[in-house]
Design a binder for this molecule. Sequence first.
Ligand code: HEC
Length: 265
Amino acid sequence: MKNHIAHRNIATVAFVLAMFSIGPLFAQTRMSIPGTAFSSAPGSGKVVVEDVAGGRRFRGGAGAQVILKAVLPRPASGSADHKVQRIVVHFRTSRLGPSLRSVQLIGSEGVSYHMETNLEGDYIAKEIDRANAWTLKPESATAIHLELQFPIGFDSPINPGEFFLTSVDVEFATPPTPPAKVPTNIDLANSSGCMNCHTVEKKLVGPALRDIAAKYKGDAGAQARLEEKVKKGSKGVWGSIQMPPNTNVRDADIKTLVQFILSLK
Ligand code: HEC
């Protein structure tokens, strides 16, 4: 089929629908839907579809309303939540050719999001940003629809122009990674092996840590002495069982551990 469209009239556009969520700025997961993933929905009339380098070309009849549809991709679970922040439609069209009327997200219960674009004709360098806080329901929206309106008559009464779709980018907000867990003194006591023989409240192999705190309450020299004993071992203070030297625990950690034990009330 001969292409009647004058190439100088074909402009490129990135049409941006911005949906900024309120709150902290999230990192983004971008999923790109290639133009070739779109097809015309039933009821669009006769649409000539051609794959050409870089995308897919759609030509509808004069006056035709054409819906282009594709499956909406979803980030792998865990990598992002399902809030769509931005949809970017990369397309070009003929001057006075078809217009992109709306962008819709479709779920099991019908249209879950609809944005009128009503962009007609000449898309030279036109880029539109609109803020709209909107959350895609992960269980409902499964498809994206681009609604096109082909004009009645173009270069000639029988050529309503073309809509060339490169891709549609969908950006999902990625929730911030939870802050790393701050290790507690108990974690340190666990990883240092102390809790194999001690608990905070009850005597185990060794005395309860709270009992040690009570015993040395008000003893200004206890910190230094107990650091020494934890390091080299202890016997005879609490009974017949000895505490072996804790040779594999760093001095700085022993200091922290003894401070922690003596701080117990
Ligand atoms: C193998 C068992 C065992 C491990 C492991 C162990 N303890 Fe003990 N701990 C004991 C026993 C038994 C005593 C009582 C010793 C005594 O009667 O002198 C004791 C006593 C203590 C005391 C009191 C010493 C005193 O003079 O009153 C402190 C403080 C203490 N442990 C801290 C620690 C810390 C900190 C760790 C880990 C780095 C640790 N323990 C690991 C068994 C252990």
